[in-house]
Design a protein around this ligand. Sequence first.
Ligand SMILES: Nc1ncnc2c1ncn2[C@@H]1O[C@H](COP(=O)(O)OP(=O)(O)OP(=O)(O)O)[C@@H](O)[C@H]1O
Ligand SMILES: [Mg+2]
Length: 650
Amino acid sequence: MTTASGVELGAKRLILTNVAAARHGLLRSPGFARWAVPLLVVLLSLAGFVVTTRAVSDERRNAAQRRAAAQSLEVQGQLDRARAFAIGLGNALEGERVANGRRFAALEGSATTTVGLTAAMWVERVTHRTRSDYERRIGAPITKSPGASIAGPAATYLPATFVTGVAVRPGADMALVPALAATLRDPTSVFAGTASAVASLAGQRGFFVVQGARFGHGAGSQGFLVVFVPANWLSVSQNLDPHRTAISLDGRPLNGALASAPVAGRSFESLTRRWRVDVIREPRTALQATLPWLAVAWPPATALLVYLLGRGMLRRRRAERQVDDIFDLSPDLLCVAGLDGYFKRVNPAFEQTLGYEAGELLARPMLDFVHPDDRQRTAERVGETTEGQHSSEFENRYIRADGAVRWLRWNTRTMPEKGLMYAAARDVTENRTLTEELAASRGRIVATADEARRRIERDLHDGAQARLVSTVLALKLARNELGDATGPVVELVQEALTNAERGIDEVRELARGIHPRILSAGGLGPALQTLARRAPLPVTIEMERHGRLPENVEVTAYYVVSEALANAAKHAHASAVRITVDLDDRRIVLTVRDDGVGGADPSLGSGLIGLHDRIAAVGGVLAVESGPGVGTSLTAQIPLAPPTAADADV
Ligand SMILES: Nc1ncnc2c1ncn2[C@@H]1O[C@H](COP(=O)(O)OP(=O)(O)OP(=O)(O)O)[C@@H](O)[C@H]1O
Ligand SMILES: [Mg+2]
């Protein structure tokens, strides 16, 4: 039992864990983002389209309602003008003495222009009893409009006595126009000013505005002033479009042939009738037609923008992270320094090499960490750099936190507009030590070799040469002793003398090649003169007089001239050689130029390479210029003293 429930519990926990893991994994998996984001964008687009379409539709309906309200107010105003016209005309008739058609037309005409209505008539109430009096008075029978006589007698007639602006003859019975007759028979509504129902008069649709009035005195002075308002007068005087606006009176369409079903309307009471103004929806504006599509477009557009911005930021952040990694991992010393003389950022290699914390390096002026002897030239170099130049391969010494000296070689780039300087340095202390040791050992080797040569030369001079000289003297004495004698002994003595003299010459020549005695004895000037004199081609020397130079300098200079003259004689086919020696307090510059065929190539022999090594051993440099056909020029710069730290500013 226990085991079974334990297994069950374990399984349940496992399932729960799996669900949680699945949910967690789903949210974190890149696949989820790949389909969820586009889905969200599509949903937003659809929602935007629906909401915007509905908003546009609501706005159009509201606009129609507002238009209906505004137009109903306009129509009411226009109806008020029609009634004001009728009342005004009635008031004018009130005081008139003479009741006749011409006068009526004149009064009516004076009032029409301001309102735009032209058709009006004076209608009297005539009974069957007073009919003949009436017909006599107006000189015309009561007729059925438009002129046909009435079939049988009626209790009451409503003939139009005077008529203007409409084709109705005087005497035409308006009781036969039911809409008008119904209005005229209701005295209370007439008193309030009434509009008739829609009717047709002489073939024209419209309605009547009725006003009870008096005109003159006596018979016929009591009647109705009836103004005929053509159906289209309301809309034409308002500039209303009959395809978009309809006006109804008591439920009967008065005017307007709408292009589509009305969507909004406004009812109101006027002239004791119910009026209604209906409008159709306005066509969509360009903006309203575009808005739903804009709503569709903005989510993908925003998503695209966010994607592009995000991608740019991501790339930028990645690049920054890479720069940071390089900065942190670089074995070289990297820093950003301000033109104010302080470090702004240093990498870990900086801290390790100099043994200071980054905080301390940033807190103190940069020059504080530089070796006192190098501060001035460092400051000068920084000054040059801040003027916009790039500096490379500058070397100076820094003092470590533990007091040890480290040589750093710098490459810097300045950004004056940012007030910053980017610099990379490499610790070249070991290199420099090795180079210095190498130069010193080279110098020692050359010096030792020179010393050995000098000793051999002295030994030859004092030993073999001296013995040969005494042998020659002895042989000369022996030959003198022999006098004028002849024979094999004399010949042998003579031969021995000649050989001994030749031996002296050869030993002397040999000793000179090993180490020129005149150099040790007279210095560089006489030694070079001797070399020039012995050369097989004309040699000129330009050299200022000067005192003795350090021995290694004199020896080096001597061998440069010696090798150059030998080469000119051997290879150049030159006609002349020119030697110039320039000297200042730091170095000697020696140039040997021939006018031969040129084309000297150090790799083809050992002489020029040997010179190069010898000069390098004393800290100098050799330059060979030897274009074909333009002669050969050897220039050696030899320092008078061994190189110092300042010379390391390469
Ligand atoms: N003044 C010169 N004019 C023309 N060619 C020259 C001149 N000096 C040297 N050369 C060319 O350069 C080569 C190298 O010269 P280098 O002095 O090193 O060797 P080398 O004279 O041939 O032999 P050595 O070891 O005896 O000096 C020469 O072999 C020669 O071809
Ligand atoms: Mg040579």
